[in-house]
Design a protein around this ligand. Sequence first.
Ligand code: SAM
Length: 216
Amino acid sequence: MTMRIDVISAVPDSLTSPLNTSILKRAQDRKKVEIYVHNLRDYAYDKHKQIDDKPFGGGPGMLLKPEPFFECIEKLLDQRKYDHIIFPTPGGRFYDQKLANKFSLANNIMIIAGHYKGIDDRVRQKFATDEISIGNYVLTGGEIAALVIIDSVVRLIPGVLNDSESALNDSLMDGDIIEAPYYTRPAVYRGMEVPEVLRSGNEKKLRRGKKSSRKF
Ligand code: SAM
């Protein structure tokens, strides 16, 4: 089964390059995931193709209007069922590896990216199943958060990473365990030595040397 991810964005171009580079590109080439980016403006049916408006109650900044989101989301929902409709927002649940693991089991995921001051809250109320924050700071738009979610989820789909890059022993896949630092040749560089335990080739010792706990 190929996972499908739909992203709705007011600035779709900002997603093009990252979604078509490196492992995300490979995942799509290998048919492990299909990623569709929908331009919110294509669903603005008034003659000015307006997607934003001033917020009720005043205040600076513009809000993304509800109608283009409703049109686009309802069209997608008519075509298939979504396991998760994710709204990235600074007020959401903190994103972590456990959530990435959960999302990686989905067949269909939709991500609604906010922009400017955000989106009309009726979109969130009506459709969002998962409100996700990627950290305690404010981004200019949900696109970067969408990329964080997509990248962390897609690399977990079996067959996306090669065996040698397996995600299973990555940091945070086993509770709070963080991988210890890696080294490659040369064994000594500018007087800095690779730890003996990693050079010994003793597999048991080596694995123990690979575990450490969070530094901060
Ligand atoms: N006015 C909003 C507020 O104060 O909460 C911030 C809007 S922000 C400039 C525009 C969009 O970026 C948001 O609608 C959301 O989709 C996204 N965003 C910003 N910070 C985020 C974060 N920490 N995690 C996830 N998404 C975020």
